[in-house]
Design a protein around this ligand. Structure first.
Ligand SMILES: [Zn+2]
Length: 83
């Protein structure tokens, strides 16, 4: 994951992004299968989710990986003066 792509939405210049120590993955039994030419057949149905947090502004990113594609969902920072 390219951190600079993630933090481009951060409002601050001193952001520090910490990635989650662990990731969660579904555990569907699936073996990578390849044809004679080494091309992978089908795609891994398992979904892996992880995340990262900006320690400075509080923004949060959730990563979801399935079949080799990762999508990122960004949660805006929590307003410091809320409440
Ligand atoms: Zn930030």
């Amino acid at each position: 994951m390219n951190v600079s792509c993630m933090t481009k939405d951060c409002n601050r210049d001193d952001c520090r992004v910490a990635f989650d120590q662990s990731s969660m993955s579904t555990c569907i039994g699936w073996m990578p299968t390849y044809d004679k030419r080494g091309r992978q057949i089908g795609s891994d149905p398992n979904v892996t989710t992880s995340g990262a947090t900006c320690l400075t502004c509080g923004a949060r990113w959730a990563f979801r990986t399935q079949g080799g594609k990762t999508t990122v969902t960004r949660t805006p920072p929590v307003a410091a003066d809320a409440g």
